[in-house]
Design a protein around this ligand. Structure first.
Ligand code: SF4
Length: 697
C-alpha cells in the first residue's frame, strides 16, 4: 500500500476525488482538493469509505452450497468448475438463453464491457441486463429520443454555478450528494433561483427559492402546466424552436389543455406557485432543467422526462452555456455502465444490438462471426420475472448487484431466485442475494483494482488501485477471464490488466455515440478526466454537447407531445395514501456496503417512514412509534417520523434495507413501456399503528 494514492469514492455518480492514506490495515480517506468536481469535499459516505476494505465480513474464499444446503468454503478451482458444469448443463437442456447475467451500475467501464462480452461471446446468451435499468433508464431513453444521444449532464457541472434559474425535479441532493451543493450555493450567491419539485419539503426543497409540492406521479402535468404558462405569456424562444427543433406545434396543442387551475387539481401544486415558477423560468437568461429519480422511476418515467425536455427546448437553452436539460445520475458508474454493453439491447459505444453495422463493427473487434452475437435479451425485471416461466432463465450470474433488496416487489423476486436451477453471485460481502446463491465468488473492492468510471457529467476518470485485495480474493476481470477460458473462449479474453480491457473497449466504442477511442489512462491522469465522445487521441474530448446541432438525422432536437396519465396504482378506500421511496444521506443503494460501516449505521440505523401529522392521526401513530405499511404486495413495519415536510397524502420510505425492513417488498413492478423502468416512486398504501407482534419486528 502506498502512503497516499489518488482515487475516487466507491459510491455515487459524483465520483468525488479522494486520497487513500496509510497502511492497508489502518487506511483512511482524505478529500482530493485537486479534483475539480468536489475540490476536496466529501460526504459522510466518502469519508468512511475505507472501512469496507478491512471489514471482518469480507468474503475471502469462494463458497459452494453443499449437500446439506450450507454455503461452505471451496477452492477457486472447484467453484469455477462447478459454475462451468452447471451453466453448460442448463444450456444443453434449455438453450443458451436459459443462462442469464445481471450486472450493476457500480461496475467500472472495463467490468461492464467485459461482462457484456462474456455474456455474448463466452456464454452466447442474449439475456444480460443490469440494475441501472432500475435507476437511470427512463432519462436515458428520453434523452436519446429527444436529442439523439444520452449523456446525463451534456454540460460540465461547473455550468450550474452560472445558471440564472434551475428547475430540479425529484432530487434531494442536499442529503444524498452534499458536495454538489457548492455549485448550487454559488449559483444562489450569483443571484440565481432554484425551483424544486418534490412531494416532500426535503432538505433541498427547504433551501430552494420555490418548492412545488407535487402529488407523486404527476410530473408530466406539472411540466405541461409550466409550458402552458410560458406559451401564454410569450416567454418561449420561437427562434430557437424554429431553427433547432421539430414537433413543437403538436406540443403546443397538448400544453393548451394544461391551464394552471386544471394542473392544480391534477398535481396539488397551487396555481400561483406554478405561474411563479413559469415566470422564473421564462425570465431567466440561462435556464437549466434537471431531473432525477423522482420523475424517472415511474411507469411513465420516459414521458415525464420528455415533458421536462420539452420545457428546456421551448426555453431555447439546450446546447447553450449554463442552460438546457440534464439528468443527475445516481449510481457510481450509472453513466459508463449504460454505454458499453451490459444492457439487453446494446453493444459497446452505446450501439444498438439490432443494428447490422454495429454488430459488424463489434464482431470484428471481438474476432467472432457477426451472427454469433445474440440479439436483444430481456430487460432487468423481465429477466428476473422469467425465471420460473416457460422459455425463461434457469441459471443466473449476478455481478455487483443485490436484487433481493433493490428490485421492485422484492418478495416475488426473492421467490424467483429461490426457484432457479443455479445461482452464482460475485460480491465482496454476503449480500441478501448472495445468501441465496449456489456459488459465491469473493471479488475485489473499488480500491483494490484499477478501472475507469464515467461520472454524471460524462467525464471519464480513473479509479486507481491503492492496495492489494485480501489473500484469496480475485478481481471481477480475472474471474470473468478465467470462466471464459473454461467455457472455451480463452483467446477472446486474453487480458493481462484493466488497461488492456480499456484499450479494447476503446476500439469497440470507436464510431459509436459513446466513443472512448481517444481516451487513455495517461490522458485521464494528465487532464483530470476526459469527457466523451473523444474519438481520437488528439481530440480534446467534449465537455459540452449539442452546441451546433443534435446527433439526429436532420440535426434537430425533437419535441414529444405528452399527455399526463394516472399512475399504475391510484389510492382508494383500502389503500388511501401514496407510498414513495428514496434515499438517505448515510446509506447507499441496497446498503450492502454502507450497512456495514459503523459510522453510517449510527447515523441511519433503520428505516424511518416519514408521514404527515394528518396521515399519522388517521393511522393512530405518534412520532417515534412503529407504523405498519401495507400494499397489495405485502406489509412491513417501520419507525414513524411525523413531519409537516411531506404531503398529507404521501408516505416516504428509504429503500436501503433488506428482510423485514425492505421498502421494496411494498413497491410494484409496473414497467415503463419504453425504458422498462419499474414504478418505484408511486404505489398505493395503507398505514396503521403496528400491533404488538409487528412492533417487535
Ligand atoms: Fe462519494 Fe457521492 Fe458522497 Fe461524493 S457525494 S463522497 S461520490 S457518496
Amino acid at each position: 500500500m502506498a502512503t497516499s494514492v489518488a482515487t475516487h469514492c466507491p459510491y455515487c455518480a459524483l465520483q468525488c476525488g479522494m486520497h487513500l492514506v496509510g497502511p492497508r490495515d489502518a487506511v483512511s480517506v482524505v478529500g482530493n482538493a485537486e479534483f475539480p468536481v468536489n475540490a476536496g469535499g466529501l460526504c459522510v459516505k466518502g469519508w468512511s469509505a475505507a472501512a469496507t476494505l478491512t471489514h471482518p465480513d469480507r468474503l475471502v474464499t469462494p463458497l459452494v452450497r453443499d449437500a446439506s444446503g450450507t454455503l461452505a468454503p471451496a477452492s477457486w478451482d472447484d467453484a469455477l468448475a462447478t459454475i462451468v458444469r452447471r451453466f453448460q448443463e442448463v444450456q444443453q437442456r434449455h438453450g443458451r438463453d436459459a443462462v442469464g447475467v445481471f450486472g450493476g451500475g457500480s461496475l467500472t467501464n472495463e467490468k461492464a464491457y467485459l461482462l457484456g462480452k462474456f455474456a455474448r461471446v463466452a456464454l452466447r446468451t442474449a439475456n444480460i441486463d443490469y440494475n441501472g435499468r432500475f435507476c437511470m433508464s427512463s432519462a436515458a431513453a428520453a434523452a436519446s429520443r429527444a436529442f439523439g444521444l444520452d449523456r446525463g449532464l451534456p454540460f460540465p457541472i461547473e455550468d450550474i454555478r452560472h445558471a440564472k434559474t434551475i428547475f430540479l425535479a425529484g432530487a434531494n441532493i442536499a442529503e444524498t450528494m452534499p458536495p454538489i451543493m457548492r455549485y448550487f450555493e454559488a449559483q444562489q450567491v450569483n443571484g440565481g433561483k432554484l425551483i424544486v419539485a418534490d412531494p416532500r419539503k426535503s432538505a433541498t426543497a427547504q433551501w430552494a427559492s420555490l418548492h412545488l409540492p407535487l402529488r407523486p406521479g404527476s410530473d408530466a402535468a406539472v411540466a405541461n402546466g409550466l409550458l402552458h404558462v410560458l406559451i401564454r405569456e410569450k416567454l418561449i424562444d420561437e427562434t430557437y424552436i424554429n431553427e433547432r427543433t421539430r414537433g413543437f406545434d403538436e406540443v403546443r396543442q397538448v400544453a393548451a389543455m394544461y391551464w394552471p387551475e386544471r394542473v392544480e387539481a391534477l398535481t396539488g401544486v397551487p396555481e400561483a406557485s406554478l405561474v411563479d415558477a413559469a415566470r422564473l423560468l421564462g425570465r431567466g437568461s440561462s435556464v437549466m432543467i434537471l431531473t432525477a429519480r423522482g420523475p424517472e422511476q415511474q411507469a411513465q418515467g420516459v414521458n415525464n422526462v420528455l415533458a421536462y425536455i420539452n420545457l428546456a427546448l421551448a426555453l431555447g437553452g439546450v446546447g447553450k452555456p449554463f442552460s438546457g436539460y440534464g439528468s443527475l445520475t445516481g449510481q457510481g458508474n450509472g453513466q459508463g455502465g449504460r454505454e458499453h454493453g451490459q444492457k439487453a439491447d446494446q453493444l459497446p459505444g452505446y450501439r444498438r444490438i439490432d443494428d447490422p453495422a454495429a454488430r459488424r463493427h463489434v464482431a470484428a473487434v471481438w474476432g467472432v462471426a457477426e451472427d454469433a452475437i445474440p440479439g436483444p435479451g430481456k430487460s432487468a425485471f423481465e429477466l428476473l420475472d422469467s425465471i420460473d416461466a416457460d422459455g425463461g432463465v434457469r441459471a443466473l450470474f449476478v455481478v455487483g448487484s443485490n436484487v433481493v433488496v433493490s428490485a421492485p416487489d422484492a418478495r416475488s423476486v426473492e421467490q424467483k431466485l429461490r426457484a432457479l436451477d443455479f445461482l452464482v453471485v460475485a460480491d465482496f460481502f454476503l449480500s441478501e442475494t448472495a445468501q441465496l446463491a449456489d456459488v459465491v465468488l469473493p471479488s475485489a473492492q473499488w480500491a483494490e483494482e484499477d478501472g475507469t468510471m464515467t461520472n454524471l457529467e460524462g467525464r471519464v476518470i480513473l479509479r486507481r488501485r491503492a492496495c492489494d485485495p485480501p489473500a484469496g480474493v480475485r478481481t471481477d476481470l480475472d474471474i470473468l477471464s478465467d470462466l471464459a477460458a473454461r467455457l472455451g473462449s480463452a483467446r477472446h479474453f486474453a487480458f493481462r490488466s484493466s488497461r488492456d480491457v480499456f484499450a479494447e473497449l476503446g476500439r469497440a466504442s470507436r464510431g459509436g455515440l459513446a466513443d472512448y477511442s481517444g481516451i487513455t489512462y495517461e490522458r485521464i491522469d494528465a487532464e483530470g478526466g476526459v469527457f466523451w465522445p473523444c474519438p481520437a487521441v488528439d481530440h480534446r474530448g467534449t465537455p459540452r454537447l449539442f452546441t451546433e446541432s443534435f446527433p439526429t438525422v436532420d440535426g434537430r432536437a425533437r419535441f414529444h407531445p405528452i399527455a399526463h396519465l394516472s399512475p399504475a396504482e391510484a389510492p382508494n378506500d383500502d389503500f388511501p395514501l401514496f407510498l414513495t421511496t428514496g434515499r438517505v444521506l448515510a446509506q447507499y443503494q441496497s446498503g450492502t456496503q454502507t450497512r456495514r460501516v459503523a459510522a453510517l449505521c449510527e447515523s441511519a440505523p433503520e428505516v424511518v417512514a416519514e408521514m404527515h401529522p394528518a396521515a399519522a392521526r388517521l393511522a393512530n401513530v405518534a412520532d417515534g412509534e412503529r407504523v405498519t405499511l401495507t400494499t397489495r404486495r405485502g406489509a412491513a413495519t417501520f419507525k414513524a417520523k411525523v413531519t409537516r415536510s411531506i404531503r398529507d397524502d404521501t408516505v416516504f420510505v428509504p429503500f436501503h434495507w433488506g428482510g423485514h425492513q425492505s421498502a421494496n417488498r411494498l413497491t410494484q413492478a409496473a414497467l415503463d413501456p419504453v425504458s422498462r423502468m419499474p414504478e418505484f416512486k408511486v404505489c398505493a398504501v395503507r398505514a396503521a399503528r403496528a400491533v404488538e407482534k409487528e412492533r417487535a419486528e
